[in-house]
Write a protein that binds this ligand. Structure first.
Ligand SMILES: [Zn+2]
Length: 284
């Protein structure tokens, strides 16, 4: 299938998610009554019992946690975060994370790699040759993905966690583009809505919940901007989004007040795209 046709097919498919229809008919930005109405479904997003293993994986909508895992979604497993954020995270979560898992075609790794100078790039490639010999997909991934993998490997070591790496075959969605129809921007450490992809309730979505795990608001604001930019840009559905159907930015707070406040912040950050975004918020 031609790339454009593939994109349109995926747009049609992802557009069938019940959440999109329900949100369209839902006039308020506050999703509380939708949560109440579909309580049995939404309770799975807050269910901690069946998600005991925390994994640090990309906020990317194509990277979803495995059964029993809770997704800590941070772009490129924190590859774009500053030292202070990384140190904070390590201090708080060392020994409590099961795995740090990198993935093929990581946009965040691409951004981080492109920021390196020529000398830094060649130094990195030599270094990984010496230090990263046991990493087996190294011969098939791009240099940027190798950079992302190496970052994840080092972070896993710091956290006393397993390092893992997955290829496209273990991801959902398409290799060529992002099919996210929304983003959950969450400050609630109990919230992971991955299970709601089942039965076509939620559409594919980014999950950025660094705020819930102690990353700075400064970093998380920037990350929200980057991820929304990807979905609304030419690596995502781009022009297919408009006032109706919009891209959904769903703010999740530990309480309704926090969720509402985040929604206001998101509106400010994403002002340039406001005609293509519906801002919603929720809390348990
Ligand atoms: Zn990624």
């Amino acid at each position: 299938m031609h790339g454009k046709e593939k994109l349109k097919k995926s747009w049609r498919e992802t557009g069938k998610a019940l959440f999109l229809k329900k949100s369209r008919n839902h006039k308020s930005d506050n999703l509380s009554d939708l949560l109440e109405k579909d309580k049995a479904i939404w309770s799975k997003a807050f269910d901690q019992e069946n998600k005991k293993e925390k994994v640090v994986i990309c906020a990317d909508e194509r990277v979803i946690p495995r059964k029993g895992e809770f997704k800590i979604g941070i772009a490129g497993q924190m590859i774009l975060a500053g030292k202070k954020d990384k140190d904070n995270f390590t201090r708080n979560w060392k020994g409590k994370i099961r795995a740090v898992r990198g993935h093929d075609g990581c946009g965040a790794a691409g951004v981080a790699y492109s920021k390196l100078s020529k000398t830094e790039k060649s130094r990195f490639l030599i270094k990984t040759k010496e230090e990263f010999l046991d990493y087996d997909p190294r011969n098939r991934v791009s240099d940027a993905d190798l950079y992302g993998a190496y970052h994840s490997y080092l972070l896993a070591k710091e956290l006393d966690a397993e390092f893992e790496y997955i290829g496209f075959s273990e991801m959902r969605g398409e290799k060529e583009f992002h099919d996210a129809r929304g983003i959950f921007w969450s400050a609630d450490p109990t919230f992971d809505p991955t299970d709601l992809l089942k039965d076509n309730y939620l559409p594919p979505h980014f999950l950025a919940n660094g705020l819930a795990f102690g990353l700075s608001e400064k970093y998380c604001r920037e990350e929200l901007k980057i991820l929304t930019g990807i979905a609304l840009g030419n690596h995502g559905f781009e022009k297919l989004f408009n006032k109706n159907p919009p891209f959904y930015v769903v703010n999740v707070g530990k309480n309704l007040e926090e969720a509402k406040k985040m929604s206001k912040i998101a509106r400010n950050i994403l002002g340039e795209h406001k005609d293509k975004i519906a801002f919603k918020y929720l809390s348990t």
